[in-house]
Design a protein. Structure first.
Length: 77
C-alpha cells in the first residue's frame, strides 16, 4: 500500500528537493546546499532547503516585470 503525504518529508533525494525548491536538479546541485548521507544515499534536509530559500534576496515590487496576468486582470501599473 502506497503512503500518501500532504507535506514534504524531512529528508529528500535530489529530484524531490529540486521540485520542493522549484529548480532543476542541476541547479540544485550548483547551489551548494549540504547533503546528508543515509544508507548510501545523499539526502537534502528540508530545514536546509527552507533556510536557503529564506535567505534569498527579495526584489522590490518596482523591480517586478509587468506580466501577462497583471495585464489580464487590469492591475498593471
Amino acid at each position: 500500500m502506497a503512503i500518501t503525504r500532504d507535506f514534504a518529508p524531512r529528508l529528500m533525494p535530489a529530484p524531490q528537493a529540486a521540485h520542493y525548491l522549484g529548480v532543476s536538479e542541476s541547479t540544485l546541485r550548483k547551489l551548494g546546499i549540504q547533503t546528508l548521507p543515509l544508507r548510501g544515499k545523499r539526502l537534502y534536509d528540508r530545514f536546509d532547503l527552507d533556510a536557503f530559500a529564506d535567505n534569498l534576496e527579495r526584489g522590490e515590487e518596482s523591480d517586478r516585470e509587468e506580466g501577462a496576468c497583471d495585464r489580464a486582470f487590469g492591475v498593471a501599473s
